[in-house]
Design a binder for this molecule. Structure first.
Ligand code: ACK
Length: 975
């Protein structure tokens, strides 16, 4: 009865409910029943008949809504039931019931008895049967008693204040097909505005390239484990899994998928690599540009095919440029010694882009008349070996005398076998001979000397005659005398008393002349006497008389045949040619490979004359200035010597106004460099001393000094290329140490690099360690030393040895692998000395193979005898080059994780990039919106890729630095 005055007030309230807003549910909820969206009758059961009543009302959009009301507050003992139709549970184990209702405040109803209630009860009954017409009250399970948070009064209605209550309850562990809900009123005044039944699901999501489907949450609060499936064009790296929580959220992602080879990751899916880009392995995140000399004309390339004429060796990483076989070795030199020969050559001009060049030597021999030719067979013995030589040098022994040999030298690298083109070779022809090596006995008088010698050990034919050459010591340039005899004894007379003469003898057999034997110096006596120092003297004397007669006959015959005085030939050789011969001979005599310090010469100009070739200034064309040296400018230009091809050269000149001492110091570099002849030592072409400015001419190295070169090409070389460079430097140093030369300033800045990446040791001046090197600092003992590169014993007590050069070599290794990083960063020299003394050693640079860091550490052994010799270093590096797998294991620590000084504190993106030497990317960062240092903390590898920072080395460097920034700022983000 009281309903009649309650209805209008409820309708008033309902007209304020924005129905469309009620239907805007979260996307992780699946609605099973929504009374507000029912267009017709809800068809719910209400009993008794005078209890709950279904009413249609209009919402604000005039959409009809079904509601139920009951308000039998004036009568006691109410028990009114309202039961929904069957609600299928749709697989859900836990469902939620959201009810919206209004409830009248009993106190605001005038005259209602004390039986008036302000609550109602909610029940459910599980059933597989969707058509039950009756459920006993006792069969229901109670969900809850629902009370209103807000009840309303007549005043509220008058004021049009809406007091709609919303309550949510849930039922768990449902197992039957569906259930019925029931609302029991026991005497309240209620309008049930809406009932919504829903369950929660974890919505479809894609994470780590795995798709996780819509997943219904579990019963109670159990987590549901879901296996993800990899998105298109991706594959499992580790089985992707996630947990769907009871409230519809995804938790704990495990595993991931990765884009297949040929596809790169882009915003949660895999995109085919564009033409010109490739991705070799599923484990790489992004497509990267094809390396040099390779191409990928189609999309989705797992690798780039090599251009015509270029190849990739089996073990070459796909990221490495395609390479080609080397050109032929160059400038072969043969030094014949009787029946053995030493062959040396320069590395090929074109390395093919690889650092793994080895050499093979093929041998053919021909009889001297050239009629019978064929392979050499197993006769000759090659030292160290015939094939796979790592140094451009081989010594061949056990050759047949008086035989023509052709040695074909080929350079081979890791792709030579893949190329169908014939290998390029350089050939050397030699003819073997024999030498009279030992002058056995001698007899001297005031004006004559008698010599006796032994014939060649393995003469191929009978000795026809011997030729004796002699000259007054130090007078060879002026004149020398050649005498011939059939005997192996000769008396030379007409000599000056008390004078030293130099004698050499060679034999002529049927096959021709052999080589001269070693020199012997003999001095005539001051007075006439028989200087007989041998029990066989009488024999010698007798033989010599006989020999003398033969000689006389020969002399006369010779005189008659040639019509001239053949026993006395004045030397008229070009002094340069003479000197070259001298150098050649000196370097190849056993035990003579010794460096001669220019200071051992009384006259320093003589040292220059002995070791450097004077070049006519008209042969030089200076083209441009390339730098500044201690004594003046360094220029590049060309040198064209008569009957030689024009070559590029570097020209160091001595500036005007120099003192004599400065001139000497300047030229000392040439007299040192001129003594060396090795493919990894900068080659001296000659000097200009006869006119001004005084100049030193060396071979031109297109890529300049190694430190600048590496900084310019940061991250761009393969580890094999870097090791190849290091091997070259070690080979040059090994040669210097064999020559007993100690460099004292070995550093990347003193290594020059040519266009084939061949590294050569340079900077040999006498004063340079003191004056020239900007890195040199005064030590407590007053000497000026490049502290960071110098071994502790050399700093402490000037103990410079090849072992201290090895220490410096270790630092050069570090410079090379870190692409020109400054050793010990910004530490002061004093701190470096202290740290080294306390046992600190530079950590492995980023991406440094363990084996290389270990080699560095070996070079930095405190005890100098513990350090490896340069020859051993070369052998170790050769092994690594032959077996690149050994370089795969990288040292764990990176310079960016473990620097002795933390990253300098910076406050702007520009300063930060400058501090890590990545300043070239300032515009990239700014353009991508990273203008504050804070924003940089969250940059990921994909962000870098999008910005255009594509070099892997640069990405790693930047990301490592970001990690340091994060630690400094107490943030840690997974990048
Ligand atoms: O780093 P760079 O370009 O290489 O600058 C220095 C500069 O001269 C002063 O020493 C360059 N330089 C020196 N010798 C040679 C050379 N033989 N070939 C090419 N550049 C050279 C060096």
């Amino acid at each position: 009865m009281a309903l009649h005055w309650i209805y209008p007030s409820l309708l008033t309230v309902l007209s304020f409910i924005p129905n469309h807003a009620l239907r805007n549910y979260p996307d992780n909820e699946v609605t099973l029943l929504d009374s507000m969206s029912a267009l017709g009758d809800l068809g719910w059961e209400a009993y008794p008949a005078e209890g709950w009543e279904e009413i249609s009302v209009m919402d604000e959009r005039n959409t009809p809504m079904r509601t139920y009301q009951v308000c039998n507050v004036m009568e006691a003992n109410q028990n009114n039931w309202l039961r929904t139709s069957h609600i299928p549970r749709d697989g859900a184990q836990r469902v939620y019931i959201e009810i919206k209702f209004t409830l009248r405040d009993c106190n605001s109803l005038p005259g209602v008895p004390g039986t008036c209630k302000e609550t109602f009860n909610m029940y459910y009954y599980e059933s597989n049967n969707a058509n039950l017409w009756f459920i006993k009250e006792s069969q229901y399970a109670k969900i809850d008693t629902i009370a209103a948070d807000e009840s309303f009064t007549q005043v509220d209605v008058g004021d049009r204040v809406m007091k709609l209550n919303t309550e949510v309850r849930d039922i768990s562990n449902l197992s039957k097909k569906g259930f019925y809900l029931a609302f029991q009123d026991v005497g309240a005044c209620i309008a049930l505005v809406s009932v919504r039944v829903f369950y929660k699901k974890c919505p479809l999501t894609v994470l780590n390239l795995a798709r996780f489907p819509d997943t219904v949450t579990g019963g109670d609060s159990a987590l549901v484990e879901v296996r993800g499936s990899c998105v298109n064009d991706s594959e499992e790296f580790e089985a992707p899994r996630m947990y769907c929580s009871a409230d519809g959220g995804w938790l704990v992602p495990i595993g991931r998928c990765v884009c297949k080879a040929g596809f790169g990751e882009h915003e949660g899916h895999c995109q085919p690599c564009r033409p010109g880009f490739y991705k070799a392995s599923a484990l790489d995140a992004y497509c990267v540009k094809c390396p040099l000399h390779s191409h990928a004309p189609l999309e989705r390339a797992p690798e780039c095919a090599c251009e015509k004429g270029f190849y990739r060796a089996e073990l070459d990483p796909r990221s490495m440029a395609c390479t080609r076989p080397p050109s032929a070795p160059e400038s072969p030199i043969s030094t014949i010694n009787e029946t053995s020969v030493t062959l040396e050559w320069s590395p090929p001009r074109e390395s093919g882009g690889r650092g793994d060049i080895t050499y093979s030597v093929h041998c053919r021999k021909c009889s001297e008349d050239g009629r019978k030719c064929g392979p050499c067979g197993s006769g000759p013995h090659f030292i160290p070996r015939q094939f796979g030589l790592s140094l451009p040098k081989v010594h061949v022994t056990d050759l047949l005398p008086h035989t023509n040999y052709t040695f074909s030298i080929e350079a081979v690298n890791g792709v030579s076998d893949l190329s169908p083109s014939p290998r390029q070779i350089v050939s050397v022809n030699i003819t073997t001979s024999q030498t009279v090596s030992v002058i056995l006995k001698e007899r001297k008088s005031k004006d004559s000397i008698t010599l006796a010698w032994q014939g060649p050990e393995r003469a191929s034919g009978a000795v026809v005659e011997y030729e004796v050459i002699y000259y007054e010591k130090n007078q060879r340039d002026q004149n020398y005398t050649v005498l011939k005899t059939r005997s192996n004894v000769m008396t030379v007379d007409g000599l000056k008393p008390g004078t030293t003469y130099v004698f050499r003898v060679r034999a002529r057999t049927d096959g021709g002349y052999g080589n001269y034997g070693g020199e012997i110096e003999l001095e005539t006596s001051h007075e006439d006497m028989l200087a007989i120092g041998d029990p066989n003297q009488s024999t010698i004397l007798a033989v010599s008389i006989a020999g003398g007669i033969v000689l006389l006959v020969l002399l006369v015959a010779c005189f008659v045949v040639s019509g001239r005085h053949c026993g006395y030939i004045k030397a008229k050789q070009d002094p340069d040619e003479e000197k070259m011969q001298f150098q050649h001979g000196r370097v190849n005599l056993p035990g003579s490979r010794m460096y001669i310090h220019p200071h051992t010469y009384e006259d320093p100009n003589q040292a220059i004359r002995d070791f450097a070739k004077e070049i006519d200034v008209s042969s030089i064309r200076i083209e441009r200035v390339i730098g500044a040296g201690e004594f003046g400018e360094v220029c590049s230009g060309r040198l064209k010597l008569p009957s030689k091809r024009e070559i590029y050269v570097a020209i160091k000149s001595l500036k005007a106004g120099y003192s004599e001492q400065q001139r000497r110091d300047f030229l000392s570099e040439a007299s040192i460099m001129g003594q060396f002849d090795h493919p990894n030592i900068i080659r001296l072409e000659g000097v200009v001393t006869r006119c001004k400015p005084v100049m030193i001419i060396t071979e031109y190295m297109e890529n300049g000094s190694l430190d600048t070169f590496l900084k310019k090409h940061d991250g761009q070389f393969t580890i094999i290329q870097l090791v190849g460079m290091l091997r070259g430097i070690a080979a040059g140093m090994s040669y210097l140490s064999e020559m007993n030369y100690i460099h004292r300033d070995l550093a990347a800045r003193n290594i020059l690099v040519n266009s084939n990446l061949v590294c050569k040791v340079s900077d040999f001046g006498l004063s340079r360690v003191l004056e020239d090197d900007p890195e040199a600092a005064y030590t407590t003992r007053g000497g000026k030393i490049p502290i960071r590169w110098t071994a502790p014993e050399a700093i402490a007590y000037r103990k410079f040895t090849s072992a201290s050069d090895v220490w410096s070599y270790g630092i050069v290794m570090w410079e090379v692998i870190s692409y020109g990083e400054r050793p010990y960063w910004e530490m002061s020299n004093q701190d470096v000395i202290k740290a080294i003394d306390e046992g600190y050693r530079l950590p492995a640079p980023m991406d440094c193979p363990v084996v290389l860091h270990q080699l560095m550490l070996d070079c930095w052994e405190k005890g100098r005898s513990e350090r490896p010799k340069f020859g051993q270093i070369v052998a170790t590096l050769d092994k690594l080059i032959r077996n690149p797998n050994s370089l795969r294991q990288l040292a764990n620590s990176s310079i960016w994780e473990d620097p002795p000084t933390p990253e300098p504190s910076v406050s702007t993106v520009e300063d930060w990039l400058d501090s890590i030497k990545m300043g070239q990317y300032k515009e990239h960062f700014c353009g991508a919106g990273y203008v504050t240092l804070d924003s940089v903390l969250y940059v990921t590898v994909s962000d870098l890729g999008r910005m255009g920072v594509s070099l892997a080395g640069h990405q790693k460097k930047i990301l490592s630095s970001i990690q340091i920034l994060q630690t400094q700022q107490g943030t840690h983000v997974q990048v």
